[in-house]
Design a binder for this molecule. Structure first.
Ligand code: ADP
Length: 520
């Protein structure tokens, strides 16, 4: 039994609460020994894991058990942190924001409740992983595609609630959310959108807004409720698919390339969430860093040039795909070639040119929504590797892209890390995902990483750049960078929080939103 207690809860109270929870879910679904608790920690932690652990874990099955566990938590004033599959690695994994919070593990709730082939959507519970939905669709002979993040082992709901992105034309995953069921702190169950109509079966997962304020968005990246069901619209398999790669020779090319992408994306000539990937990230997926550089500090230019030649890639590598009937893809390909050919040194590759290429292979899968784990190869970039996500948003604009890249690279390099980043391109904005890779066994690196990310967030904010998502350890800092108008946005979130969860039992500290009586 763990000695750790939720903040402000006595040992006796906690024991009583766990007894009550065991009675609801069965004794085998409440975990409170040290080994289990460690299993639910952040496996990519850069801080000492022992300062950020759950006090126990309860794994309810079904809506009734979930609401009863929440009632017990409420009665005993025990804060709970919901996870769906708990694989939020690089942003905190399964760990809660506040030490001692009880983890509510929802992964047993893993039913695919519906697949509608004609209207192209699915309805899933929290524990459904990308792999699971993908395999299910293939097993039933469905012609629907999912959209998946690069490690496909995580969950559809957890990732959607974090507003994660993928690589198909449905890459902005939350944009395709339609219909949600939420449990509030007082036990109320709410079905949003069209499903709020008494007895409604029409349009629950085809029209997301229903009538009145559209509230689904406030349950993303928040601690206002626990989501128990979600509808996700899916992409019908297109008649044709052609992934391609365009490589660019110089670091500065990120500017013209981003400017060229903008009209192509906005007019849907490039339909998918394409990626402009840096050389270092490409290399980290498939190469051993020590073969190129053994000394401390970031990779020197000569080593980078060698990697570029060995991999036959560029300093920037643009992966995108065409979808549709052959004549449409032919026509779009012409436009794309003519556009990018204006950048000196641009080289074009199709699937035929990149046979056997590991990176092209897994990007080909991602852009057609096939989950895989290849990108985790970056963990072999150094012994005991892990990575963190620093993820500012940039408009699809060359000047900003170059400035963000230069800023991130300079700060990473100054702290002895490589810049390993990519720009995932949406229609008007790009997710600039910087994934510093570090060694978990190197204490000095871990401490430098904390200073570095703190600086990255602050320096980005000074230039007006904000993150789309952040690691548990930086949630307060990131929230602080959205402080316009005397913190008007955070004050609004806090008012919603006080109204929906007055005693503050749900996920204290999530996205910097704290209950009245608690703080980090
Ligand atoms: P994944 O495994 O898909 O990466 P997680 O299950 O780790 O995602 O969830 C990521 C984060 O999203 C959690 O830490 C939590 O803050 C939030 N979250 C996950 N599931 C829920 C849920 N069902 N309701 C509310 N918030 C959730």
């Amino acid at each position: 039994m763990s000695a750790l207690l939720p903040p402000g809860v006595s040992a006796q109270q906690f024991a009583q609460a766990l007894t009550a929870m065991r009675a609801v879910v069965g004794p085998e679904w409440v975990f409170a020994n040290d080994e289990d608790i460690t299993a639910y920690s952040d496996h990519f932690a850069f801080e000492d894991v022992s300062v950020n652990l759950a006090s126990a874990i309860a794994a309810p099955l079904g809506l009734d058990q979930i609401t009863r566990i929440i009632a017990i938590a409420r009665d005993h004033q025990i804060p709970v942190w919901a996870i769906s599959t708990g694989r939020n690695l690089a942003y905190g994994g399964s760990a809660p924001r506040k030490h001692g919070t009880l983890t509510l593990d929802l992964k047993r709730n893993n039913r695919i409740l519906e697949v509608n082939e004609e209207l192209a959507y699915a309805v899933v519970e929290p524990g459904v992983s990308f792999f699971q939905l993908y395999r299910h669709l293939r097993e039933i002979g469905s012609k629907l595609w999912i959209d998946t993040p690069s490690p496909g082992w995580g969950g559809i709901m957890g990732n959607m609630l974090e507003r994660g992105v993928g690589y198909t034309p449905y890459g902005d995953r939350f944009m395709w959310q339609c219909g949600m069921q939420v449990v509030l702190a007082d036990g109320t169950v709410v079905d949003t959108g069209m499903a709020a109509q008494d007895g409604s079966q029409t349009g629950n997962h085809t029209y997301r807004y229903g009538s009145g304020p559209w509230i689904d968005g406030i349950f993303t990246q928040s601690n206002f409720g626990i989501v128990t069901k979600v509808g996700i619209q899916l992409m019908p398999e297109p008649p044709g698919y052609r992934p391609f790669l365009v490589t660019f020779a110089e670091d500065e090319d990120i500017a013209p390339v981003s400017d060229l992408i903008r009209p192509l994306k906005m007019t849907h000539v490039i339909p998918n969430a394409a990626v402009t990937c840096s050389l270092n990230l490409e290399a980290a997926t498939s190469l051993d860093r020590t073969k190129y550089h053994v000394d401390a500090g970031p990779l020197p230019e000569a080593a980078r040039r060698r990697m570029m030649a060995d991999l036959n890639v560029g300093k920037w590598n643009f992966y995108a795909a065409l979808y549709g009937p052959e004549p449409v893809m032919d026509a779009h390909w012409e436009v794309i070639r003519d556009s990018f050919a204006t950048v000196k040194g641009a080289r074009f590759f199709t699937a035929d040119d990149r046979k056997g290429d590991v990176v092209f292979g897994y990007r080909t899968k991602l852009m057609r929504g096939e989950p895989n784990m290849t990108e985790f190869g970056i963990l072999n970039w150094m012994p005991n590797g892990a990575h963190l996500g620093f993820s500012p948003v940039a408009p699809v604009d060359g000047k900003t892209a170059l400035d963000q890249y230069r800023l991130a690279e300079a700060i990473c390099n100054r702290h002895g890390f490589d810049y390993t980043g990519m720009f995932i391109v949406g229609f008007r904005a790009m997710h600039h995902i910087v994934e510093p890779i570090f060694s978990r066994s190197d204490e000095d690196q871990r401490s430098r990483l904390i200073t570095m990310v703190t600086e990255l967030i602050d320096e980005a904010a000074k230039r007006g750049y904000g993150e789309y998502r952040g690691h548990l350890s930086f949630m307060d800092q990131i929230a602080g960078t959205y402080g316009w108008g005397d913190n008007a946005l955070m004050k609004l979130s806090q008012r919603i929080k006080r109204a929906l969860d007055p005693t503050g039992i749900m996920a204290p500290g999530k996205s910097g939103i704290w209950p009245e009586k608690a703080s980090s």
